[in-house]
Ligand binder design. Structure first.
Ligand SMILES: [Zn+2]
Length: 284
């Protein structure tokens, strides 16, 4: 499932083809993905519009058109991906932009058709819709804001990190890696973290996401590819996800692969030595 680093990689890949160029034609091939708009409506708004910017909010791709033509938001969700080279599965193309000038074609493919495509009249409308269903973007949240949000819940820290209403963009792989780097057990109740632990976690989230974006995300199955059809490299360099029973890179203890409540069966990886359940009480 594309998480923040994968969607950021998509956005960076799309910019050279789209930003500043005019949409010669926009075609919707699958109206099932449309939310609150019609294929005719979105095709009409797109045709002849210049793309002012391609940005990201959480896991949303936000394409801003000029001349008040509106904002196209595409959510890749489970299996959505953009292609600048002819896609592996042309039968899974749900939307196509044909760009003037560059002559590029941009395809949005979605195997399971769980992605969403919507049209907003203004950036403020799109931002408002995002804010109603999401917390701050995980690359932008401040430490004190994170601390305040964690204080309000007794749930385990890992599912809280993956709750898009708390902060937007973090999924399973990056939650495991951030908690390992912060030396925090995934089942510690969020409200019990002290400010030192929250500071470590905040730093770890920013570092892990930056490293993952630099590696162009994570490909662990056939689901995610860059716009050029390449695999992301983060799972060649991470410490936890996918490494159950292998030695912890920090201390050599076997990494535990387990399942914890609230994660719909998705696995959790942690080092029981580096991430003890109980904080050692240090008297000074
Ligand atoms: Zn360890």
């Amino acid at each position: 499932m594309p998480e923040l680093p994968e969607v950021e990689t998509m956005v960076r890949g799309l910019r050279p083809a789209m930003t500043g160029n005019v949409v010669k034609r926009l075609q919707i091939f699958d109206a099932h993905l449309l939310q609150g708009c019609t294929a005719q409506g979105i095709e009409h708004r797109g045709r002849g519009a210049r793309v002012v910017s391609v940005g990201r909010r959480g896991k949303w791709v936000v394409i801003t058109l000029d001349d008040d033509r509106g904002i196209i938001v595409i959510q890749p969700r489970m299996t959505g991906a953009f292609w600048l080279v002819p896609p592996e599965r042309p039968d899974h193309v749900r939307l196509e932009f044909e760009m003037d000038g560059s002559g590029d074609r941009v395809w949005f493919c979605d195997t399971r058709r769980l992605g969403k495509i919507s049209l907003y009249d203004s950036l403020a409308d799109a931002e408002g819709a995002f804010a109603r269903s999401h917390g701050p973007d995980a690359t932008e949240i401040g430490r004190d804001d994170l601390a305040a949000r964690l204080k309000t819940t007794t749930r385990a820290i890992k599912p809280v990190l993956m709750d898009q209403k708390v902060l937007a963009g973090i999924g399973n792989i990056y939650a495991d890696e951030s908690l390992f780097q912060a030396r925090i057990h995934p089942e510690v109740q969020a409200h019990r973290l002290n400010i030192g632990e929250v500071t470590r976690l905040h730093n770890a989230i920013h570092r892990v996401l930056a490293e993952a974006i630099a590696a162009e995300g994570s490909s662990f199955d056939a689901g995610y590819r860059t716009v050029l059809g390449l695999e992301g490299g983060f799972l060649n360099q991470n410490a936890m996800y996918g490494r159950g029973n292998l030695p912890c890179p920090e201390c050599g203890t076997s990494i535990v692969k387990t399942r914890i409540a609230g994660l719909l069966g998705r696995p959790t990886h942690f080092c029981p030595n580096c991430q003890p359940r109980r904080r050692l009480s240090v008297k000074t």
